[in-house]
Design a protein around this ligand. Sequence first.
Ligand code: ATR
Length: 270
Amino acid sequence: MKQVFGVLGDPIAHSISPVMHNAAFEALGMDCTYHAFRVEKQNLGDAIKGAKAMGFGGLNLTVPLKENAIGLIETDPLAARIGAVNTIDFKDGIKGYNTDGIGARKTLEDAGVDIEDKNVLVLGAGGAARAIAFTFTEAGAKVNIANRTPERAMTLAAEVGKVNGFGLDVLDRCLEDTDILINTTTVGMDPNIGDCIVNAEQMHSDLTVFDIVYNPLKTRLLQEAEAAGATPVTGIMMLVYQGAEAFRIWTGVEPPVDVMKKAAMEALRL
Ligand code: ATR
């Protein structure tokens, strides 16, 4: 009998996790299947316990459930600090992980960018920024956080520790010393494809600019990066790698990243 995996969210219809994971299972000849389930917040605990009881291999959680899992299940220390779970494993009880930050780290690694001791400027202070700020700080990067609402950046910075948080008004000064700029906001996402927070004049050619927005693949921010002679990194691999790392946690098998990327690109028509 096939082992079942799934993603829980609300809404969930547009999740591309099923195509990504099913392509991976098929490519490796694994007798597994992955489905999307719409679960309302108040039913999350029952859904997780039900999946465990039915012998599911593992779960992903997406919007708006990631934060709700904290307190409901045992979480690994990084997920607990981030305050959000995107991956649940059932091998040894019920354990929650967060692979979003690792997804971002692997994306940069893939692009040949080392983050250790680098000055990283994170734009935004939402869920993705939290995952990146905690994961990158633990990996030895020096992180700054700039957000439209400065208080949110300062609160996150204080939680992470050894990190500065500020508003968008001091970006210019900070960018001079920045090695890696990461946009975690929704600015530039379709249909607002003309928008971006930092323009070419504010960038320098030694900068790596990573936009986690993948729709469109080449955002306005990445076009500005190209114009400045900086190195652009698209967001699609973060989506792929957060899934690939979940796959690794559940199965212990090396994830077929290229297969997952191809499935994701096709599903998103990129
Ligand atoms: P997520 O969990 O997906 O990261 P979120 O918590 O809604 O989403 O956070 C979205 C981030 O994008 C926030 O940092 C938000 O800034 P505020 O904290 O000031 O709301 C940022 N953001 C969204 N639209 C923006 C815009 N037009 N200009 C600048 N920042 C924007």
